[in-house]
Design a protein around this ligand. Sequence first.
Ligand SMILES: NC(=O)c1ccc[n+]([C@@H]2O[C@H](COP(=O)([O-])OP(=O)(O)OC[C@H]3O[C@@H](n4cnc5c(N)ncnc54)[C@H](O)[C@@H]3O)[C@@H](O)[C@H]2O)c1
Ligand SMILES: [Zn+2]
Length: 360
Amino acid sequence: VSAEIRVGLEPPYTVHVGPGRLALAGELARERSGAVVTDGRVAALHGARLAALGDWPWVQVPRGEQAKTLAQVGALLEELDAAGLDRRSLLVTFGGGSVSDLGGLVASLYMRGIDVLHCPTTLLAQVDAAVGGKTGVDVGPAKNLAGTFHQPIAVVADVGVLATLAEPELRSGLGEVLKSALLEQPPRGAPPLFEVLERDAERLLGRDAEALETVVERCVRQKAAVVAGDERDQGARRGLNLGHTFAHAIEAASGFSVPHGVAVAAGLALALEASRRAGRLEDPGLPERVGRLLARLSLPTSLADLRAAAGPLDPVRLEQALGHDKKRAGGELRFVLPRRVGCVALDVAVEPALVRALLA
Ligand SMILES: NC(=O)c1ccc[n+]([C@@H]2O[C@H](COP(=O)([O-])OP(=O)(O)OC[C@H]3O[C@@H](n4cnc5c(N)ncnc54)[C@H](O)[C@@H]3O)[C@@H](O)[C@H]2O)c1
Ligand SMILES: [Zn+2]
């Protein structure tokens, strides 16, 4: 089985989901010049799956968030220039969200913009980062401060590569999957993704290929639908930030040692609690139901839970990091708050005292 999901932007593009799909990358790149940007682990584990691009230059960037710096942008631009890429060349990203965020940004800058094809290799990148066209790198403590919108020509999500994910990366992806499940309007006749997760939590943690494929497909459908209606974050796309205001603060306060999706999981728990205390929750049983699922997925069920695993996460640093988000948002901190499965409240101003209490 495999799925082709269309992202209805101008021009539209396809996200190919399924086992063995990386063979398609060779076809999409046929008769073009280009380069592959990847990291050392992905190249070593899965490079053979991209053998069709074996005679292109392969550029390796540092693993993880360390790839997302302005210094790496400069280095990669120089490598592409040295490799002789021109404005008709194609940049193929092959790795997790760090690689697609950096590679997407560089593709948007090189000679004022060249095509990019994303081949995401982590669960998080397949369900989220590689779809939707947001690129970016961090500047100092400010996550994704420098970025662009640059849509790929296609996305090839080969679920076969997920078998080698280490447990922390798998769990991180599942945090982002849970976010999608809280936002999803299920396709007609299908059970909500949230119920699929409740059914399959242990299979997913066990890297069951079929369960993972279902989840990737459903999350991509969810994100594609939202992005198609709001490419540039002016309306509904802001719902995708559910849990992320808190998550970005957690990542910054931890010096980026807490993986993104793990921070998102804690952020979802905080957003649910904020929603309850601010009187926005419609389904009073939701926080407990989400908490049970988070626990089964080995994800933090609260900030206290995350602190027990990841260290103190100083409330003052968390608040400072939120303050940073506030400046970027134009002076007011606005939250996405869950109301029930499939329904969030956008742009809610939460009392500073309540935010402080949640972070304590
Ligand atoms: N642009 C967006 O819309 C968007 C959305 C969500 C997240 N992000 C960004 O994505 C980044 C996180 O990406 P990520 O979680 O994919 O991790 P990552 O790219 O940082 O990679 C994490 C680790 O996983 C390893 N890895 C990758 N694929 C593997 C595989 N198949 N088997 C074994 N190991 C593998 C990598 O080598 C690396 O060490 C964050 O910077 C986040 O901000 C962007
Ligand atoms: Zn995210």
